[in-house]
Design a protein. Structure first.
Length: 216
């Protein structure tokens, strides 16, 4: 049985007595040393870890600015990232040393719903061009699920589930179609949000070239 995800920190305005309906954001994050393995032919392990840390900071800072006083959770098994999450204004959740990331996301989402969240927005940790407007578009209809595909149309870079019909998180290979299937199985028709800031995650050298082209 996978270890239960545990909360490493709380903001002072989050308590069991707080029943204000609000959006909660969740960012799943691998240890930096394990991230970006598809860049191995082009970058050293140290360079890949540095890149992953930079992408994490850019993403978390944007999500925290968007969320304002609303909770932002970072789900990871890396103590260093838990510390960084708190430094950036988020709440760190330890997923357990052998926990499944999607299971840890489900635990975090259930915690959010138990605190009267109006919905849960999960965002990939490697979106260098993401903006607050991108996140606002994901949640512009708070009663309808939303799904943001990557630029290839195969992965999911953001998923929004409205309360109380919280569905599964299925990040990983071909997650866009798996999320679509899960939503369809629940009788839901999601909004598909296609925006450059949500579509570009960094996994390959071609992704880095695409980012460079966008910023020229």
């Amino acid at each position: 049985m996978a270890p239960r995800a545990t909360f490493s920190a709380r903001r002072p305005w989050i308590s069991s007595d707080d029943r204000t309906m609000t959006l909660w954001c969740v960012i799943p994050t691998k240890p930096f040393e394990e991230a970006k393995t598809r860049l191995s032919p082009d970058m050293s392990p140290e360079a890949r870890a540095t890149l992953a840390a930079l992408l994490f900071r850019l993403t978390v800072e944007t999500v925290c600015r968007f969320a304002g006083p609303s909770p932002v959770l970072v789900v990871t098994r890396c103590p260093k990232i838990l510390h960084l999450a708190q430094a950036y204004g988020a709440i760190g959740i330890h997923e357990g040393s052998h926990a499944d990331m999607n299971a840890a996301l489900a635990t975090a989402a259930s915690h959010a719903i138990s605190h009267s969240a109006s919905g849960v927005l999960a965002v990939s940790a490697d979106l260098p061009a993401i903006t607050a407007d991108d996140l606002a578009e994901m949640t512009s209809d708070p009663t309808t699920p939303a799904l943001a595909p990557d630029r290839h149309g195969t992965g999911s870079n953001a998923v929004y589930w409205p309360a109380p019909r919280l569905g599964p998180f299925l990040f990983g290979p071909h997650s866009f179609h798996r999320h679509l299937a899960a939503m369809a199985a629940g009788g839901l028709r999601p909004r598909i949000v296609r925006r450059p800031g949500l579509a570009l995650d960094i996994d390959t050298f071609a992704d880095l070239q695409c980012l460079e082209a966008q910023t020229v």
